[in-house]
Design a protein around this ligand. Structure first.
Ligand code: PLP
Length: 356
């Protein structure tokens, strides 16, 4: 049975990318070696990582003064690498708390300097994006989470500040255009919208890397990775390869402008059903709804298991909400085809026929 993977991450990848990647595992471009065994110093891998970087630069229009890095340790490592490299002990940084990931980033930053909360939506279980920001005049950067994977909210405009921004874009990178120049750093774990788990994309303005003036372990210093172009040590060859294939797919699809249009239409179909269907309701303030992670619930929670069962029967996988939120979450990243969303909508309708 054809299955549609609605998991939040690791998440669905384009079918053609999985095809290409599996061919590369057997024999990379006819060279007689698997991508799993080639040297990270080989000409073949140089081409792969250079192509990946070029695609990132093209798709997001990354200016020259920014480095594009493929690191390890997940977005969770960026939670501390950012303040460790950018925030001096006597300085202040501001954080917007819009969910669990934002709070984790905030907690790590406290290890390295003064950190203040610019705004929080915790008062209403993170069901909205706070607009009103309280940022000290001496704050050096403002950190935000562009898309809140667990709670299903998304910034549809940049935070209203003139401070440099730092963004965790793990779950909406490459889903829409980004104003790179407003940011010092953008980071994203690959496994939501860029590729498989195992690499983390970091886009960083080169002139901010040493501003904290701390003595750092070599591996935790952005400067190392900028100078060595992500090849200081053995990089995650396969995740970078599959990310490159996925970015090439986004490019062929028409780039992030076109992806944004498709994603908006896809999400609108699902939200319309949630709003129209008498059994279900959305949990997020409508204007802050995520185009990537659609969170919804049943009015009658006793029916939850029946709905999950019906989804499973039809090949809809990974729809259960995060354990801290409950309900349902449909992650409809770039690679989720319209047919997947259509199947989910039909399943909701059939469910309502049977249980409504
Ligand atoms: C998944 C996720 C993370 C955690 O990423 P790891 O790569 O597992 O460390 C951080 N932030 C956001 C917004 C996420 O969706």
């Amino acid at each position: 049975m054809k299955k549609y993977n609605f998991s939040a991450g690791p998440a669905t990848l384009p079918a053609t990318v999985i095809q290409e990647a599996s061919m590369g595992v057997l024999d990379l471009d006819g060279i007689g070696l698997s991508v799993l065994e080639i040297s990270h110093r080989s000409a073949e891998f140089s081409q792969i990582i250079e192509r990946a970087e070029a695609l990132v630069r093209k798709l997001l229009r990354v200016p020259e003064e920014y480095a594009v890095l493929f690191l390890t340790g997940g977005a969770s490592t960026q939670f501390f690498m950012v303040p460790m490299n950018l925030l001096a002990e006597t300085e202040t940084a501001s954080y917007i708390l819009t969910g669990s990931w934002a709070k984790k980033a905030y907690k790590e930053a406290q290890l390295f300097g003064n950190v203040e909360v610019a705004a929080s939506s915790e008062d209403q279980n993170f069901s909205y994006i706070p607009r009103q920001l309280d940022v000290s005049s001496d704050s050096v950067y403002l950190h935000y989470t562009s898309n809140n994977t667990i709670y299903g909210t998304q910034f549809h405009q940049l935070p209203d500040t003139d401070k440099p921004l730092v963004a965790d874009m793990s779950s909406d990178i490459f889903s829409r255009p980004v104003d790179i120049q407003r940011h010092w750093v953008i980071y994203a774990g690959a496994q939501k919208n860029m590729g498989p788990a195992g690499t983390t994309l970091v886009i960083i303005r080169k002139d901010v890397v040493e501003r904290a003036e701390r003595t750092l372990p070599t591996m935790l210093n952005y400067k190392t990775h900028i100078e060595k172009r992500s090849l200081f040590n053995t990089p995650p060859v396969f995740p970078i390869y599959v990310s490159m294939l996925t970015l090439a797919w986004v490019d062929e699809m028409g780039g992030v402008e076109r992806m944004a249009q498709i994603n908006k239409e896809k999400a609108a179909v699902l939200y319309r059903e949630i709003d129209d269907n008498p059994l279900f309701y959305g949990v997020v303030r409508p204007e802050d709804r995520s185009v990537m992670n659609v969170c919804f619930r049943l009015h009658d929670e006793k029916l939850n298991d029946a709905f999950i069962a019906m989804c499973n029967e039809r090949g809809i996988v990974g729809i259960k909400g995060h354990r801290s939120v409950g309900g349902f979450r449909a992650s409809i990243y770039n690679a989720m085809p319209n047919e997947g969303v259509q199947l989910l909508v039909e399943t909701m309708r059939d469910f309502t026929q049977r249980y409504g």
